[in-house]
Design a protein. Structure first.
Length: 297
């Protein structure tokens, strides 16, 4: 991860800017959905009582009405609290951490660059709020040269407890994906050979096509033409949601650009000026033999 000081931002303004608009939309949709159910309940109420003069149907109709009303009203009231959809809250308690700041790095929505948020730490405690579209890996660290901790962040309350001297070993609770990821990481750490670790990753991806961890693990399959073919097969084995997640989309795009350098694949289309100063485009040479001469001065 490249340290980009120009991207350091304060947490309050960014979190407010990113999440308030979406929270308002969620609240409006929730209210509309619950109001619709209430209106249906009222209409059924009117229809039922208009037919209650039929004595033989009175008891049966009343029972059906009560059961249906309870169902609809329970749906109208269930989980109406907008705060349950407001995003994530990371609460950290780091022993020995001086009153300063802690950093969280994460990719932007198109994986074009990494954003770094700075979170104030006071009395060995910090609280970080935000929102993610899908479970996303955040990297928590004390300084650019210190070893940090990978976190699979979900829109839940997540707690972190650890020590400032071993931040990479901090205990994380509240994220179910994090538990599975840590378990896999322990297995990988026990493997001495790189190929063995690669095989473990591949096995996990094949056995867990519905996991965001699988999409994240695909990052380790870039290199030669053979590994790219294996990457394409693993990506196709994931379900649609994971293929179109942040990591799935980034892998697809990077794989597209990387395969341009392989034999029997379309070359990267570029434009440049020739020796006479005229515009040259590789796309204009389609169907012809092209010799590229590289030299250094």
């Amino acid at each position: 991860m490249e340290w980009d000081q120009s991207r350091v931002q304060g947490p309050v303004a960014k979190i407010y800017r990113c999440s308030v608009k979406k929270q308002r939309t969620i609240v409006v949709l929730n209210v509309a959905r619950r109001l619709q159910k209430v209106i249906i309940t009222v209409c059924i109420h009117r229809i039922v009582w208009l037919n209650l003069n039929k004595k033989r149907m009175r008891n049966l109709t009343l029972k059906m009405y009560l059961l249906l009303s309870m169902y609809l009203m329970s749906g109208a009231c269930y989980n109406f609290n907008p705060s349950s959809h407001a995003g994530f809250v990371i609460k950290g308690d780091i022993m020995g951490y001086e009153d300063s700041i802690i950093y969280f790095s994460y990719p932007d929505s198109i994986f074009n660059q990494f954003i770094i948020d700075t979170i104030p730490v006071k009395n060995e405690h910090f609280e970080y709020k935000g929102e993610v579209a899908n479970p996303t890996v955040y990297y928590m660290f004390k300084s650019p040269r210190s070893e940090g901790r990978n976190l699979f962040v979900e829109n839940h309350v997540i707690t972190i407890k650890g020590n400032t001297d071993s931040l990479n070993k901090a205990k994380v609770e509240g994220s179910t994906i994090q538990i599975k990821y840590d378990s896999l990481q322990k297995s990988l750490d026990k493997s001495a050979h790189a190929q063995e670790r690669m095989n473990l990753r591949g096995k996990f991806i094949k056995n867990h096509p519905h996991s965001y961890i699988s999409a994240y693990l695909l990052n380790g399959y870039f290199g030669d033409q053979q590994s790219t073919k294996q990457l394409a097969q693993l990506l196709e084995g994931l379900d649609s949601l994971r293929q179109h997640s942040l990591y799935g989309r980034w892998i697809s795009e990077k794989m597209h650009w990387d395969t341009m350098g392989f034999p029997n694949h379309p070359a990267y289309v570029f434009e440049a000026l020739n020796m006479e100063g005229e515009k040259f485009s590789l796309s204009d040479q389609r169907g012809k033999y092209v010799l590229l001469d590289f030299w250094a001065s």
